[in-house]
Design a protein around this ligand. Structure first.
Ligand code: ZN
Length: 270
């Protein structure tokens, strides 16, 4: 862990607890997505002891106000107050799983120590909506917008090979090239043949799926809520967007440890 000369010896911020792990007899190391510093890793001393006054405030999914102190190597939590515990979300395993997917997605795509207020707001808004009972469709919307605000939004307007505007037609999607490939480019020009480009398979992308992806990208969740995404279309979106996220995590972001946890957003089969 590096030192952060830009921070005073003691400082305050707020954030969402993404994850914690045990450290020594009684401590926990926490990954927290903060509004001021992006993801930080800090230690909560004595956090695993029931009598610690921090206990209960620093659970994953909690939105907390924090007081911290610079430490040798890793900063130390000296105070924490819950701003929003997302209690309803915690009432079901389903809710917890959805919330943790959001946390994992943020930890995977947000570079450490880089604040991103847009991503921070997106995470808070999404946890609040999940807490109100929203389901998997919100997760898809969240995934699109994490890609958008971290600079990984796939190209959906023009072919990533020939740069021609995408016509209303069936197309292919290249996770490796990060966007739509037109049928002309899929047919010729690549020695690997029509099913592969840049070392990654080309996935079929129907016109409907392309429209839905653009709609997710361009609209707030309130508009997406009423969209009719049936079984086949949902499966296709999962293959395309999930395949893309899978590719990014393996090849670009190199956070393959997150892949297991993100299974909810990833394709389940061929
Ligand atoms: Zn093309």
């Amino acid at each position: 862990m590096q030192q952060h000369p830009d921070r005073p010896r003691t400082y305050k911020t707020e954030g969402v607890v993404l994850r914690h792990s045990s450290s020594g007899e009684a401590d926990r190391v926490l990954a927290i997505y903060t509004i001021d510093y992006g993801t930080i890793h800090v230690v909560g001393r004595g956090l695993r002891r029931a009598k610690s006054r921090l206990t209960g405030h620093l659970e994953p999914l909690s939105h907390v106000a924090l007081q911290l102190m610079r430490g040798k190597g890793i900063d130390i939590v000296t105070g924490a107050d819950t701003l929003h515990g997302h209690a309803s979300l915690r009432n079901s395993l389903e809710g917890i799983a959805r919330g943790l997917v959001c946390c994992e997605m943020v930890e995977a795509f947000a570079p450490e120590e880089h604040p991103n207020p847009e991503l921070y707001k997106l995470l808070l808004d999404t946890l609040a909506q999940l807490n109100e009972g929203e389901g998997d469709r919100l997760l898809w919307h969240f995934a699109f917008h994490v890609l958008r605000v971290t600079g990984y939004m796939p190209e959906l307007q023009q072919c990533v090979v020939c740069s021609n505007a995408v016509q209303p037609d069936e197309h292919l999607f290249s996770p490796g090239l990060g966007g739509v490939v037109c049928l002309n480019c899929a047919k010729d020009g690549d020695p690997a043949g029509p099913h592969e480009r840049a070392g990654a398979p080309l996935l079929p992308l129907s016109l409907n799926a392309l429209k839905v992806m653009r709609y997710f990208r361009d609209n707030p969740y309130e508009a997406v809520q009423s969209l009719n995404v049936d079984g086949d279309l949902a499966g296709e979106l999962q293959r395309v967007l999930g395949g893309y996220i899978h590719y990014l995590l393996e090849r670009e972001v190199r956070s393959s440890t997150f892949l297991a946890g993100l299974s909810r957003l990833l394709p389940t089969g061929p």
